[in-house]
Design a protein around this ligand. Structure first.
Ligand code: URA
Ligand code: URA
Length: 261
């Protein structure tokens, strides 16, 4: 990318962040408000954080990192475990996906994982088995995890929605809104050092950005102080293998950050 393209991309990101901040202020209902312990989204990185707020700001003038409060419902109790959250989920009928499911796919892995991987929602294989990422995309995810020297059982894996959307469509807004607090609570319970957000659905859920995975990937953001690396979803890589290289780059950054301790 040229410098100019890079700046334009960041300026667009800045507009997204500003628009999201307005949106977040407007919808208070049912969500915790910003406060010392409230979740935040932060664009980290040098030029990204500058561009994120005031495009008209003089180009090289440093400015503080912008924090944007984010509407994450945290109805769970402080200190709750993954088992507590699973129990609260129960035999869920909260949204319209429930009649179509065979199994709830809650999530699995190391409850003290350093990296956590967030996907979109179960497909057919996951629905049948009750386990996340066990189909073709899951096998590719396993290889991505192994590429940074980890085994699947070292990480924690969960999705934004726990029931399979019909025909593998993306979850609809009402479904994600209803289900995502469980993912957010799972993240808080696991307290990973890094979250890898696989594709647009978890990026939207954790960061509030709509779309734009192509621009967001390769940069760290934050969900409640935890670094988030957006990258392409492995199912997308199966359709367009040329994007694998980008994903390797992204997970190399994840590994480097994990290695920093
Ligand atoms: N795709 C996802 O997003 N999640 C899964 O668990 C499987 C496929
Ligand atoms: N859209 C997504 O949701 N994920 C990808 O990885 C690519 C496009």
């Amino acid at each position: 990318m040229s410098d100019v393209e890079d700046r334009e991309g960041l300026a667009e990101l800045a507009r997204d962040v500003a628009a999201y901040a307005r949106y977040a202020r407007e919808i208070g209902d049912g969500y915790v408000s910003a406060g010392p312990t409230a979740p935040s989204v932060r664009v980290s990185g040098t030029s990204a954080s500058r561009a994120a707020v005031q495009e008209e700001q003089e180009e090289r003038e440093p400015m503080p990192v912008k924090k944007v409060s984010e509407p994450v419902r945290t109805s769970g109790a402080a200190g709750e475990s993954l088992e507590d959250i699973r129990a609260d989920l129960g035999d869920c009928t909260r949204c319209k996906l429930h009649p179509g499911r065979t199994n709830i796919v809650y999530g699995e892995g190391n409850p003290n994982a350093s990296p956590m991987f967030a996907g979109e929602g179960p497909g057919a294989d996951e629905d049948a088995s009750g386990r996340p990422f066990v189909g073709a995309a899951g096998q590719l995810l396993d290889r991505i995890i192994e590429s940074i020297g980890l085994r699947r059982e070292d990480v924690y894996i969960a999705n934004v929605v726990k029931c399979r959307p019909p025909g593998n469509r993306a979850p609809e807004k009402d479904e994600s809104s209803m289900c995502e607090p469980f993912l957010h609570r799972q993240i808080i319970a696991v307290a990973p050092k890094i979250i890898v957000a696989l594709g647009n659905t978890p990026v939207q859920s954790l960061l509030g950005f709509k779309g734009g995975i192509t621009k967001l990937r390769g940069h760290f953001f934050e969900f409640r102080g935890i670094p988030v690396m957006p990258t392409f979803h492995p199912a997308y890589l199966l359709r367009d293998p040329s994007k694998k290289r980008d994903v390797w780059e992204d997970v190399k950054m994840v590994k480097a950050r994990l290695d920093q301790g």
